[in-house]
Design a protein around this ligand. Sequence first.
Ligand code: NI
Length: 227
Amino acid sequence: MLIRVPAVFTKEQVKQIRAGLDEAEWVDGKVTAGHQSALTKRNSQIPEGNPVAQQVGDVILKALGVNPLFRSAALPLKVFPPLFNRYAGGQNFGTHVDNSIRTHAASGQRIRTDLSCTLFFSEPEEYDGGELIVEDTYGEHSVKFAAGDLVLYPSTSLHRVTEVTRGERVSSFFWLQSMIRQDAQRTLLFDLDQSIQSLAVSNGPADATVMKLTGIYHNLLRQWAEM
Ligand code: NI
């Protein structure tokens, strides 16, 4: 399941964040790549532990922590501190799969990567190319969202970023371990939750069917969740 979470940040917030990121130190992106993906990765990154990265990372995690769509889709257990990358001047990232386990250098915290996230800090019209292409059983999905939007996709998928031939593509990327390991189960819970939400709008939150379905949602979550 590939989900768009629109407007995690307003345009004004994006502008402020971008100003901070543009001033930060950028290094070769191979630093966080695994052995295989280092061969195909061509971009820049802000080093892990950089103060700007940490500060903006905290702002991102705080915004996502209160974002109902993100929480419903991801059911996050542990989120890896956000990283930042930039593609320009023909840079790209060839087809790869993300490492299954990531260790945070500073804290030593390990997470299993169930979901990958990209949060866009450039408007699509600011650059040419730079599409995130995600492969799943239904074929390829091309993602190029507005600045402030986030995409969430299973870390099990092969994906790539196409060459940026004009302008700059700045984004944050990170992984999370979900309380629900299996994408199929997480998708069911998401669809059920979204259906309950719309039923609650038409029937009212105290409606007996809404109550019953809410109970089913929580009982499924209780059966499947890992903590
Ligand atoms: Ni990746």
